[in-house]
Each structure stands twice: as structure tokens, then as C-alpha cells.
Design a binder for this molecule. Structure first.
Ligand SMILES: *Cc1c(COP(=O)(O)O)cnc(C)c1O
Length: 373
């Protein structure tokens, strides 16, 4: 199969990078590209602020910083995600609490989350897995009732849409996006955190810039790191942002074709297309490993499980976190998540998806899937 990686990099990105280099200013503190990207991404999500960062993980770290957990406080999240969702929790000395997932799509199960909210909970981090919108209405209500922050990890969900028609990212207190190489759009690495809260935006901007309040001179208001996006990243990301509608339109159109061709297959749970942005095309089947093998043999990039193991079973929980210290995880044992373990261990299959797939690609994928378990 041709072009499985399906990137849309071209003359526009070359011109953007050249524009920045010729300007002589590559740093976003004094440049214009990152600020322009922030305005464009905020507008796209219907929020007041977007804070650019060096990666999606950095943007998620900003969101956790904005939630301001005390050391040892808990953040509830999903075990089926990129480790970039979880690393920021550890970086802030907080404790990840894994809630089990909805068996139909691998997104957080609000009932499981509800059972884990306690006095030390500071935030719920939802992930829109593979581009399928999480059950955000219920999670929003849980977070608001508990007085904790809702963070949306939208790294796989550029342009995913909620049932009420709003784009993902603006319902949580903070929404986080990634521009890493294999996301819908890319500048290699990069990220943004979006919010409508002036106060949360202020905390995130400070943390991303060494706690440096630039209006106050060379003065450091709070602890922070350097998570600044460069002008080169931002300019390329702006060129990519202009292509996002086409990228998502194309992914949706071929994904719908495949759904049509797979309809009625026994023992296969198909993804629900509503609001889906199709970062990957997930299927739930009796034996994901066998099907992934057959797809790969036919030249279709596909994987069983997405992860080696759900993150509640990752080796990191048996290792020290800082030096020889496991603080604040002494005695910590991640909770079992039987639904996530069954999905990742046995039944979840992800077919790589991209905007260059043609009807011929789709027909081949459907044929392999239809020819047996
Ligand atoms: C890619 C990804 C991240 C991390 O983003 P980076 O830009 O790679 O740091 C976080 N969460 C999810 C769900 C992702 O897919």
C-alpha cells in the first residue's frame, strides 16, 4: 500500500519555515508566529486562550500545573493512552488513579470515574481515544460536582465533535493538543493548551516560560520550566492548521466507506462514527493479534492492543521515580482495570489511518477483515 504515513507537508510549510528563518527571529518570546498560532487555535476551539508549548506532553504538564495538585493529590485518568497523559502527573508529584474504560470504545467510563473521586482528587483527565469523543457531558458533571478540574487530552482528536456539536477541547477547563509527527497535523513536535480561564492561562504561560513575568522585568513569579514553542514550529503548524479541515474531511470519508463495507460482520464491534476524527480506525474483535497479523501480511499497517499493556500495568510503577525515591508512590499499586486489560490484551485492533487512503485501500482493508477471524 502506498503512502501509509499520509503527511501533508509541502510548499506551504517550506515557505513558512523560510519566512521565519529570513526574519532572523526564531524565538517565540520576540516573534509573531507562536502568538498568531495561539490566536488561530483559540478561535478554532471557541475559547479565550491557547498557550503554545514544545510538545503535547508539555501542554498536558501545563494543564496539570494549572490544576495545582498538592504533592500526593490524585488525578483520575485512563489506562489506554499515550504515556504523555500520565508523565505530567508524576512530574507534579501527584498520583495517577486509573479508572476503567467503556468496553465499546476504550474511552473513560464515567461510572468508574465516579467511584474513584475522593478527598484528594484534584482533576479528571479524559482522553479522546483514537479521535472518538469521550463521554464528556457526564465527566463534566462529575468534575463540577466534585469541584475538580476537567482536563481534555485532545492529542488524537483534532476536530473531534461532541454530541452537542461543539469541538472537543473547550468543555474541559483545559484542553491539550499535540503536533507530534503522527498526529492529524504536525510540526515534528509541539503542543497547545486551550482554556477560557484567564487565571489558568496565566499559570500555564508562567510555567512555560520559567515563571518569568515578562511585564515585571527579569523577575520570577513562580516555579516553571522552558516549554516554549519555537517560531519555526509555530509557522509550520500554522500552515498545517490551514490543511486540517481537508485532512479530517478525507479521513472521515474513507472511514465511513470502511464502516459501510464492514457492516453486519458477526463478532466485530465497529467504531461509532459520530464526531470521530479517525486518528486511527479501531475495531473490537475476538482475536486482535491474529487479525493484525493478516492485515500486515496484506500490507495494511495495523496493530493489536495499541499498547503492550494498559498503563496501569506499565513497568514504571515498580521503579523509582526520582533518584532512588518513589515519592509520592510509596506503597502505590495501580488499580486493576479489567475492561482495559481485555481490550489491550486481546480484543482491540487499531488500523493506521490517514488522509491519503483511497477507495482501493479501503476495499483491501475490508476484504482482509471480512475473510475471517
Ligand atoms: C501523542 C499523545 C500525547 C503526547 O503528545 P506529544 O506531543 O507526543 O508529547 C499525549 N496524549 C495522547 C493521547 C497522545 O496521543
Amino acid at each position: 500500500m502506498a503512502e501509509p504515513d499520509g503527511r501533508t507537508l509541502g510548499d506551504e510549510e517550506v515557505a513558512a519555515a523560510e519566512r521565519v528563518i529570513r526574519s532572523g527571529m526564531l524565538n517565540s518570546v520576540w516573534g509573531t508566529e507562536a502568538r498568531a498560532l495561539e490566536r488561530e487555535v483559540a478561535e478554532l476551539h471557541g475559547v479565550r486562550h491557547a498557550v503554545s508549548a514544545s510538545s503535547g506532553t508539555a501542554a498536558l504538564h501545563l494543564a496539570v500545573v494549572a490544576a495545582a495538585p498538592d504533592p500526593g493529590d490524585e488525578i483520575i485518568t485512563t489506562p489506554i493512552t499515550d504515556f504523555g497523559t500520565v508523565a505530567p502527573i508524576l512530574a507534579q508529584n501527584a498520583v495517577p488513579v486509573f479508572a476503567d474504560v467503556d468496553p465499546s470504545d476504550g474511552n473513560l467510563d464515567p461510572a468508574a470515574v465516579a467511584g474513584l473521586i475522593g478527598p484528594r482528587t484534584r482533576a479528571i483527565m479524559a482522553v479522546h481515544l483514537f479521535g472518538a469523543p469521550a463521554r464528556l457531558g457526564e465527566l463534566r458533571e462529575l468534575a463540577s460536582d466534585a469541584g475538580v478540574m476537567l482536563i481534555e487530552d485532545c492529542a488524537q482528536a483534532w476536530s473531534s465533535v461532541l454530541p452537542d456539536g461543539r469541538p472537543v477541547g473547550g468543555v474541559g477547563d483545559v484542553g491539550c493538543l499535540s503536533l507530534q509527527q503522527w498526529k492529524h497535523i504536525t510540526c515534528g513536535d509541539g503542543g497547545l493548551a486551550v482554556t477560557s480561564s484567564d487565571e489558568l492561562a496565566r499559570r500555564m504561560r508562567l510555567f512555560a516560560d520559567k515563571g518569568w513575568d515578562r511585564a515585571a522585568g527579569r523577575s520570577h513569579a513562580s516555579f516553571g520550566l522552558n516549554y516554549r514553542m519555537t517560531e519555526l514550529q509555530a509557522a509550520v503548524a500554522r500552515a498545517q492548521l490551514a490543511k486540517l479541515p481537508g485532512v479530517v474531511r478525507s479521513r472521515r470519508s474513507t472511514a465511513l466507506e470502511l464502516l459501510g463495507l464492514l457492516e453486519g460482520l458477526p463478532d466485530v464491534v465497529l467504531p461509532r462514527p459520530e464526531g470521530h476524527a479517525w486518528w486511527l480506525f479501531p475495531l473490537i474483535v475476538p482475536d486482535a493479534a491474529a487479525l493484525a497479523e493478516r492485515l500486515r501480511a496484506a500490507g495494511v499497517p495495523a496493530r493489536a492492543g495499541y499498547l503492550e499493556a494498559p498503563l496501569n500495568r506499565a513497568p514504571v510503577w515498580d521503579a523509582p521515580i526520582y533518584g532512588t525515591s518513589r515519592y509520592p508512590l510509596e506503597g502505590y499499586e495501580p488499580r486493576p482495570c479489567p475492561v482495559a486489560e481485555e481490550l489491550v490484551g486481546r480484543t482491540l485492533l487499531v488500523v493506521e489511518w490517514n488522509e491519503h487512503y483511497t477507495p482501493e485501500h479501503v476495499a483491501l482493508i475490508a476484504k482482509v477483515i471480512r475473510t475471517g477471524p
